[in-house]
Design a protein around this ligand. Structure first.
Ligand code: MEV
Length: 327
């Protein structure tokens, strides 16, 4: 069996607006998806997943586009996760030219669909492990590109390169359109609050698209997020936590205006601010899931642990390393 892991991420700034060519700054965090891959004698794909914040599940399918996966659990998130694995294996078949089948095992300590880049981490780790299983080693940038193609297809053409690039390369990243590059970041005191739920990225991205089409001011809001990000980059370079926090608060307000926050996300954001965090915002697609706060003290973690609607809170270390093999 060949095994790889890849980190999740938080968005310091810029989710949603990045879909429309505005810059974004995601940072990889030390919460990883681990994917083990074993080549099969046939062309089937068998996937076993544990710890995706859902019950463990196993599905097996393959051979022919008309054959549906035999999934015995109804959660749409699980179906979505299967779409990502399937897409990742298609990329592996494309790059290696082999119609190989695989047994795939997924373990993840990144909650699914919660704004921490779980799907990108699974896809990135799956592409790395499955290509290496077939004797092909890809550079992280090529894995990022192929993982992006997978997300793009699964999310009906509504995906940016941010999550997949960040997961493949690690560290802090600046993304603007097709241009993705690593960027310097100080040691950020990041605290995560998780409401135990998940948002549907496709639906949330579509919602923002509809608002942009209907209202000029929604389109202006997306552009304003781009301005916040550009200011955020200066604050990041200067290591100015106060300014970073202020801009994170601003970014959250603009995302909220675009309808992608939720009551529990807002409660957690306010709990963090009241506890003295420099700033706090939702991370990822929104609708439920996680917030990220900037606080070097323990106050935010303590406050979040008492906040109704917050199921889990933890400190997130920056992951310097992106996708990597597990020996
Ligand atoms: C989802 O993690 C981030 C979004 O900006 C979508 C994307 O960039 O693909 C909402």
């Amino acid at each position: 069996m060949t095994r790889s892991s890849a980190p999740g991420k938080v968005y310091l700034f810029g989710e949603h607006a990045v879909v429309y060519g505005e810059p974004a700054v995601p940072c990889a965090i030390e919460r990883r998806a681990r994917v083990g891959v074993q080549r099969r004698d046939d062309e089937k794909l068998r996937v076993h997943a544990e710890d995706l914040s859902l019950d463990g599940f196993t599905v097996e399918y393959g051979g022919g586009a008309d054959q549906q996966p035999d999934v015995d659990v109804s959660e749409s998130l699980v179906s979505a996760a299967m779409g990502y694995v399937d897409g990742a294996i298609e990329q592996v078949r494309d790059v290696t030219g082999e119609d190989a089948g695989f047994d795939v095992t997924i373990e993840s300590d990144i909650p699914l669909g919660a704004g921490l880049g779980s799907s990108a981490a699974v896809v990135v780790a799956a592409i790395d492990a499955a290509t290496r299983e077939l004797g092909v080693t890809l550079e992280p940038t090529e894995i990022a590109e192929r993982a992006f193609q997978t997300e793009y297809e699964v999310q009906d053409g509504q995906a940016s390169r941010a999550d997949t690039f960040c997961s493949a390369t690690g560290g802090a990243v600046r993304v603007e359109g097709d241009d993705c590059r690593s960027t310097e970041a100080p040691d950020l005191p990041l605290v995560i609050g998780f409401d135990g739920g998940a948002g549907d990225t496709g639906e949330l991205v579509s919602g923002v698209r509809s608002l942009r089409e209907e209202y000029t001011f929604a389109s202006d809001t997306v552009e304003a997020i781009g301005d916040v990000v550009r200011n955020g980059e200066d604050a990041l370079a200067a290591g100015d936590f106060e300014e970073l926090g202020r801009l994170m608060n601003f970014n959250h307000g603009l995302l909220s205006a675009l309808g992608v926050s939720s009551r529990s996300l807002d409660s957690m954001v306010w709990a963090a601010r009241d506890a003295g965090a420099y700033g706090a915002k939702l991370t990822g697609a929104g609708g439920g899931g996680c917030i990220v706060a900037l606080d070097p003290s323990d106050e935010t973690e303590t406050a979040l642990s008492y906040t109704p609607g917050c199921e889990e809170t933890f400190r997130a270390e920056l992951a310097e390393e992106g996708v990597r093999r597990i020996e």
